[in-house]
Design a binder for this molecule. Structure first.
Ligand SMILES: [Fe+2]
Length: 286
């Protein structure tokens, strides 16, 4: 007999298998138990409601196997799958504090070893012309400057390639870590990023093509913004006017994250404000 049922543990039927699987797990925390129970319940419901065939189930397992096969330390096909299914964006939106800058997908191109660049630094490999000036400030949800803030930024060049994908530029170009000034401000010079396609030569690409979907993403800057005592924000800043804003392959675009490059003193300037919530702000779900 198992712990929750009067039927012998080996007496498995379509009617009791979900309950028996759930009962077989004794997780260490109530939250882990809740997530596991819900995951098993939804997976079984999916199979039950759709009368999943053995061939369909095998195809799904094969798809996941191939996602693992093509993944490496430079490519995370499971992250991409989560992104194109909108799951990454959903978690970004549901696990977000009130009043803070909206989050958006981390994406597969984050490299934690970006160079530390001083305030006002130039992220271009060669400083030709005036470049795109990016100004920003980090404030709390009430608009007060946050001391000790720092950013981590990565973007493509105008050709839509991250430096790590482009042999023509040094790996460290178009990305930086930067400590903000005491008043929460930062600035750097760069170029406007270009749109690009998510890697579509693997199983996720097959899925996109099967669904008649595009692999294109609108041009964006990635930002990780952090400060002591505050919840970090992982987000993206999109460039107004991009033709893919309405069809982002990973559903990362939010209205509040679209900015326009404006002309100030004869050069294009993007002006950003990031709002961070304090760590002690309780989450609605808790
Ligand atoms: Fe990106």
């Amino acid at each position: 007999m198992d712990r929750q049922s009067q039927t012998p543990a080996y007496d498995i039927s379509p009617a009791n298998v979900t309950e028996k699987v759930i009962a077989s797990f004794v997780m260490k925390t109530p939250r882990q138990q809740q997530l596991l129970n819900s995951l098993v319940g939804h997976l079984h419901s999916f199979a039950r409601e759709n009368q999943l065939t053995h061939a369909e189930w095998a195809e799904a397992i094969g798809f996941l196997f191939r996602c693992g096969e093509i993944s490496s330390d430079k490519r995370d096909e499971f992250m991409l799958l989560s992104d194109v299914l909108g799951l990454s964006s959903l978690v970004d939106m549901t696990d977000a504090p009130q009043g803070a800058t909206e989050g958006s997908v981390l994406g597969p191109f984050y490299a934690s070893d970006s160079p530390q660049v001083p305030l006002g630094g130039d992220l271009r490999p060669t400083a030709d012309g005036t470049g795109q000036l990016v100004l920003g400030r980090v404030v709390d949800v009430d608009g007060a400057p946050v001391p000790g803030a720092a950013i981590d930024m990565w973007q493509t060049a105008e050709n839509g390639l991250y430096a790590t994908q482009d042999d023509a530029v040094p790996d460290n170009a178009f990305r930086c870590k930067m400590r903000c000034a005491d008043d929460g401000t930062f600035s750097f010079t760069t170029v406007l990023p270009g749109p690009y396609m998510v890697p579509d030569d693997g199983p996720v690409g097959e899925l996109l093509r099967a669904g008649g979907r595009t692999a294109w993403r609108p041009a964006h800057f990635h930002f990780l913004v952090m400060a002591p005592g505050h919840r970090s924000v992982t987000t993206e800043i999109f460039v107004a006017g991009d033709r893919y804003l309405g069809s982002d392959a990973v559903f990362g675009v939010r209205k509040s994250l679209i900015v326009a490059a404006e002309q100030k003193d004869g050069r294009p300037v993007i002006d950003l404000t990031f709002r961070l919530a304090r760590n002690d702000v309780p989450l609605a779900a808790e």
